[in-house]
Design a protein around this ligand. Structure first.
Ligand code: UDP
Length: 404
């Protein structure tokens, strides 16, 4: 569907739309390109799918290229991703070699004569080494960088310092040992995306029935890739205890991203851990990539849980807050930017399983509390985390990078 900034007027009001047009004027005639490593799955692709068409709509010509790699490349870059989030792994020469070769091969089929190049995340980071750079290059890192694997970080720094700017999602992710300007842009959701637009109860019922998700009992949901950082096994543990006290169901909704080869493995582990709870649908696992399904599940849920161990930002939380849902989440990474504990959601130490359990029970038993929290949650997203706010932030930075 063709996106137009005009369609957001009724949601965000005239002021920010006028601001966007005014800032875009300074970038007319400029040509921007974004490069990442997947068209589908995960928060980055999700954001680019909205950001890029809207930038073009306001006449800031913007393109999108996707790095191609073989399965080994994605296995390695997933290890790098985990390593950046602090996990230990064998950082071998062969991994470095395949990482660089894939980027070099891609550089041979990719021509970059744009006014600004924006590279997302570690997968295409070293591509900068293979170009005769003649414009500002920005590394947009969406990962939690608070305690990266040291050897990996030292290796990646060689490429990062070639960039003119680095953008992270959170003040805490700025790195003192990176001597280039670092900026913050908060991720954002698109309120008109099929995943986030308001849908009526008929469509919710139809969708849940189609995907065989009964909605006869309160539903607790975690929407997340099957990934160890999202801690689905402990979500199951929490649910098992809740289930002893309240009759409800758990939905784990997790598509398998094409740049995440670990997904299938984790999915199998979760399936095994859920065991016979799958048979009577106490626990429901979905791997279908379907925005309306995500929307329907989030909209129908009594409580949304996000039990991440690390979380760069957590767009799934933003999506749930926007739907006025009470979110019970781990106090990690970018999550506290979105949730003020007790006001617009609830935060717990990721290992405080009892805390998650009790709060979820309280919210199911007290729908009035859920409604109050949900209202604050939606207001928070409207003010801070909609795509229109992100466009303003990008326009400001692009103006600074390109025009100064
Ligand atoms: N997502 C989805 N289907 C799923 C699981 C996730 O569409 O089954 C989407 C989710 O709605 C969100 C994005 O993938 O828009 C995940 O972004 P987030 O920042 O939460 O996590 P990431 O996957 O980037 O770590």
């Amino acid at each position: 569907m063709v996106k137009s900034i005009d369609d957001y007027y009724d949601i965000v009001g005239p002021q920010i739309i006028a601001e966007i047009h005014k800032k875009a004027r300074k970038l007319y005639g400029k040509h921007i390109v974004h490069i990442n490593s997947t068209f589908q799955g995960g928060g980055v692709a999700e954001m680019l799918l909205s950001l890029i068409p809207l930038m073009n709509d306001i006449n800031v010509t913007t393109g999108w290229r996707v790095l191609h790699g073989n399965p080994d490349f994605y296995t390695i870059t997933k290890k790098f991703h985990n390593g950046l989030q602090g996990e230990d792994f064998n950082f071998s020469d062969i991994k470095q070699q395949l990482y660089l070769e894939t980027n070099e091969d891609f550089s041979q089929i990719t021509h970059l004569d744009h006014d600004c190049v924006i590279i997302h995340d570690p997968q295409p980071l070293p591509i900068i080494k293979f170009f005769k750079k003649q414009q500002p290059w920005i590394w947009r890192c969406h990962v939690d960088l608070t305690s990266p694997h040291q050897e990996l970080w030292e290796f990646l720094k060689h490429f990062i310092v070639r960039y003119d700017h680095m953008i992270v999602s959170n003040e805490q992710y700025k790195k003192e040992d990176i001597p280039i300007p670092q900026h913050i842009i908060c991720p954002a959701i698109d309120p008109l995306d099929p995943k986030n637009k308001e849908i009526d109860s008929e469509l919710i019922d139809y969708t849940l029935e189609k995907f065989e998700i009964p909605n006869d009992k309160p539903i607790i949901t975690q929407v997340s890739r099957f990934d160890k950082w999202k801690d689905p096994i402990n979500v199951l543990k929490i649910f098992k205890n809740i289930k002893k006290k309240i009759d409800c169901r758990l939905v784990l909704c997790g598509s398998l991203a094409s740049d995440d080869p670990e997904g299938v493995l984790i999915y199998e582990q979760v399936k095994e851990a859920a065991g016979n709870m799958l048979e009577n649908k106490d626990v429901i696992l979905t791997t279908v990539e379907n925005d309306i399904l995500v929307n329907a599940i989030q909209s129908q849920s009594s409580v949304i849980i996000q039990k991440s161990l690390r979380e760069g930002f957590g767009l799934t939380i933003t999506e749930a807050l926007w739907k006025s849902k009470p979110v019970v989440a781990s106090k990690v990474g970018g999550v506290p930017i979105q949730i003020t504990n007790g006001k617009d959601g609830f935060l717990f130490d990721p290992m405080d399983l009892k805390g998650f359990e009790n709060k979820i029970i309280e919210l199911i038993e007290h729908p009035d509390l859920a409604v109050k929290i949900g209202k604050n949650a939606r207001d928070k997203v409207k003010k801070n985390f909609l795509i229109t706010r992100q466009i303003v932030n990008y326009l400001d930075l692009l103006d600074e990078f390109i025009n100064n």
